[in-house]
Every structure is written in structure tokens, then in C-alpha cells.
Design a protein around this ligand. Structure first.
Ligand code: GAP
Length: 443
């Protein structure tokens, strides 16, 4: 366990040093539960987001994208059950006044900080409340959404009217969600502001089991897309007594994070017709589906695969963190073993020496040609010596480093391409580079 804790500390430090993730509002001492992504973190997140959208939207014919507002009418959250029930159990220490999540404590009577007596358990609603407009009264209350899901349920009729989809079909959305977590912890794992990638997939009530199984396997396929080690993924069937108020069946997909095995990564829920029926009743707008073939009207049921984007980034980062001793290079190295599909930088191009104009010129030419095809994932680097450049690229998980050397310009024998994981180099002719990299990147 100690080793894993150290790994987590080293990962957090690498993320800050190399520009993946910073503490939110750091220069003011931070704001608990908030994190800012740097250039490489943004690229990693974008790559993961794009793979998700490709698998669940672009590659299918039955999905419709939505990008709803974060602020919604308060009646949405009354109807969905969040105003009444989106809460965690909270206890407060009578002595030091610190507050804790009751279900995270081993001893529910004694304060884990000062040993004082803990008060009675209360329910703490996790939604961030705000007011819309200049008047602060009951009518102007709004909430930062605690899940993206409701933005899709309230647009169900709009999508039906615009596209006339036939069942089964789904709505997909990627966006921010906010929860005033009592105890944000474990780096970005439990944050107060985070991004979700969610699908609300509508089916005939009789078809829910089949579609539930379909998405069960699709969730696992997505964990392969982002390169997660499959033996670290576990399914956990939620006990009926622990199900969320809207769910008849939920499977959590757990991942072996370094701070404790088997922590929730994703969820797959059968939400029945709970949400559409609740919004129909509360808004007075009919959210039923009319099946023309059978001349039948009914409220569709819903299967919801829900993915945390930041949790995916954290799983990918912790899974990729590796150390070894490179044979021949004689020192311990830290490298991020990202799948080339998600790696923020896919290829770095170097001139062997930065003070040789002919090498620099050729390296720039190779770099610009690759950049035309692969865009932001290509980087030019001529800082320090070649060994230092390899170390730096290893630490940010760049799968391939290309070096333009004297042979390249004098003999026309191509460039060297170094593989991050094995450290092996091979010579590739410049005109063969794009097909070679395309083959390796598995895009
Ligand atoms: N719409 C269903 C829903 O929101 P959830 O299990 O509460 O279900 C779905 O959240 C996913 O969102 C989780 O599996 C996790 O990946 C992510 N998530 C939830 N709370 C989070 C938090 N505080 N910080 C980071 N990610 C979180």
C-alpha cells in the first residue's frame, strides 16, 4: 500500500511539473475540490472525449448530441428528485466543528481529527445553489447541475420534434457537473466540479434488458479504447437496497486506483421511465412516444451509461505511470505508458544538435509535414541534449521520438524513430513516416 501511496504522490507531482493538472486557484492557497488542467492535461482530456464521442455518437446512427445549459429551472431538480434527495450523510464534531461524510467513517461517534464527540447524522444536499437575476428570493433559485442527465430528459421532446427518431435511440452529452462534496479527496477522483459524458438511451419497456447488456459491453469496449489495463476493471452489481431513487438496476464499473482498490469509475443504470414521467407530470408537457406502426402511445424507458471524464483521465494517468531501468542508459526513468490514441503528444521531432542549421532545417521540415497530418499531437524539441529530450518525452508519455541526424542529411538514409517503451530505435525513410506512424497509432 505504501508503494501505491508513493506512486500517487509522484503522479500528482508529475502532473503539476509537466503541465497536466494543477490545483485550482493555487496562488491563493487553492479551493478544495477544484482542479485546473494544463496544456497536456487538456490534450489528454480532448483525446479521451473525442474517443467517447466517436464510439457513442459518430460511429452510430441512433444517437443525438445535446449541449444543455448548466443552469436550469429549479423545477427540473424538484421533479428529478434532487432537491428532495440528492444528499450525503453528514456529521459534525461538537469540539472542532469539522464536518465529515458519515459513511466514510469507521467510528461514527469519534472525530477522526481531534477525537471529540460527533453529533447526529444529518442529510446534506450536495447541489450548489445560486440565484438567477438581480432578485434573491425563492423564485430566483437555480442550481449548478449535479448531473448532465437532466439536460437530456428536458430536451427529449425537442429532439423528437426536430429529428423524429424511432425507438430505440439515445441522447448524448458531455459537460460539467457540480457537487458540493463533503469530503473531496484523492486528487481529482472526488471533485466539486467535474465533467461527465452521459447517454440517456430510450427503449421500449420490454427491451431494457437487451440494451442494458449492449451498453454493459460498450462500456468495457470504451475502457479498451482509452488503453486501460483490463485486469484492473471490475463490475459491481449494486444491491437493490442501495440503488439511487431513479434506478431499478445499476452496475458500477470499478477501477483499481492507486489510493484504494476498486473505486467507481463509471455507472450503468436502468432508470425506467422515472425521469420522463416525472417531468411530464411536473411540467404538464406530454413526453410520451407514439409508435405509428402499432398505434401505441407510451413513455419510453431509459438506460443510462454514465462516465466521469476526469475520473477517466485519472485512471489513464495512474495506469500509465511506470518506472524502469533502461538497459544501456543506466538510470531509473519515469515514463507514462499512454496508449498512442490518448497520448497528448504522439510524436516529438528533434535535430540531433541544435547548433547545426542543416539538421534544424531538415527537422523543422519533417515536423511541419507531420503536423499537417497529425496536428496538435506533434511537437518540435531542441532543448538540451538528446538524452534529456528522451527523458522529458518519456515523462509526458510521447510514444515516438524522431531524430534527424547527420546520416539523414548527408546520406539520405531517413530518420531514427525511438519507441518509448522499449527504447529501441529504427531507421525509417522520411516518405515512409506517415504510413509508419498511422500504423502504430491505431487511430
Ligand atoms: N447521471 C447519473 C450520475 O450522475 P453518478 O454515479 O452519480 O451517476 C456518474 O455519477 C459518474 O460521474 C461517476 O461514475 C463518476 O465517474 C463521475 N463522478 C461522480 N461524482 C464525481 C465527483 N465528485 N468527482 C469526479 N467525478 C465524479
Amino acid at each position: 500500500m505504501k508503494k501505491e501511496e508513493n506512486k500517487m504522490e509522484e503522479l500528482v507531482s508529475l502532473c503539476k511539473r509537466r503541465g497536466f493538472i494543477y490545483q485550482g486557484s493555487e496562488i491563493y492557497g487553492g479551493l478544495a475540490g477544484t482542479w485546473d488542467y494544463g496544456h497536456l492535461g487538456v490534450a489528454l482530456k480532448n483525446n479521451i472525449r473525442a474517443l467517447w464521442w466517436k464510439r457513442f455518437v459518430s460511429d452510430r446512427e441512433d444517437m443525438y448530441g445535446v449541449d444543455a445549459s448548466i443552469l436550469m429551472n429549479q423545477n427540473v431538480w424538484k421533479a428529478s428528485g434532487h432537491v428532495g434527495g440528492f444528499s450525503d450523510p453528514l456529521v459534525e464534531c461538537k469540539k472542532c466543528k469539522k464536518r465529515f461524510r458519515a459513511d466514510h467513517l469507521e467510528d461514527k461517534k469519534k472525530c477522526p481529527e481531534c477525537g471529540g464527540e460527533l453529533g447526529d447524522e444529518k442529510q446534506f444536499n450536495m447541489m450548489f445553489k445560486t440565484h438567477v437575476g438581480a432578485t434573491e428570493d425563492e423564485t430566483s433559485i437555480s442550481y449548478l447541475r449535479p448531473e448532465t442527465a437532466q439536460g437530456m430528459f428536458v430536451n427529449f421532446k425537442n429532439v423528437m420534434d426536430s429529428f423524429h427518431p424511432k425507438l430505440p435511440f439515445g441522447l448524448a452529452q458531455i459537460g460539467k457537473a457540480f457537487r458540493n462534496e463533503i469530503a473531496p479527496r484523492d486528487f481529482t477522483f472526488r471533485s466539486r466540479e467535474f465533467e461527465q459524458m452521459e447517454i440517456e438511451y430510450f427503449v421500449r419497456p420490454t427491451d431494457w434488458k437487451e440494451k442494458f447488456e449492449h451498453f454493459r459491453s460498450q462500456v468495457l469496449e470504451f475502457t479498451k479504447d482509452v488503453g486501460l489495463t483490463q485486469s484492473k476493471i471490475h463490475e459491481h452489481e449494486i444491491d437493490p437496497k442501495d440503488l439511487a431513487h431513479y434506478s431499478k438496476r445499476t452496475i458500477d464499473f470499478e477501477f483499481d486506483f492507486p489510493f484504494g482498490e476498486k473505486k467507481e469509475l463509471y455507472g450503468l443504470a436502468y432508470r425506467t421511465d422515472f425521469d420522463l414521467s416525472a417531468h411530464s407530470a411536473a411540467s404538464g408537457v406530454d413526453l410520451a412516444y407514439f409508435d405509428e406502426a402499432n398505434k401505441e402511445r407510451f413513455v419510453p424507458h431509459c438506460i443510462e451509461p454514465s462516465f466521469g471524464l476526469d475520473r477517466t483521465v485519472l485512471a489513464v494517468l495512474s495506469d500509465a505511470y511506470s518506472e524502469d531501468e533502461m538497459s544501456g542508459e543506466g538510470e531509473k526513468r519515469v515514463f507514462m505508458k499512454f496508449s498512442p490514441r490518448v497520448a497528448p503528444i504522439k510524436v516529438a521531432v528533434f535535430p540531433l544538435l541544435k547548433n547545426k542549421p542543416n539538421l534544424v532545417e531538415k527537422a523543422r521540415e519533417v515536423f511541419l509535414n507531420l503536423k499537417k497530418v497529425h496536428g496538435a499531437g506533434i511537437m518540435f524539441d531542441d532543448n538540451g541534449n538528446i538524452g534529456k529530450r528522451y527523458r522529458r518525452q518519456d515523462e509526458i508519455g510521447t510514444p515516438f521520438c524522431i531524430t534527424v541526424d547527420f546520416e539523414t542529411v548527408e546520406k539520405g538514409t531517413g530518420v531514427t524513430v525511438r519507441d518509448r517503451d522499449s527504447g529501441k530505435q529504427e531507421r525509417i525513410m522520411i516518405e515512409e513516416l506517415i504510413p509508419f506512424l498511422n500504423g502504430k497509432m491505431m487511430i
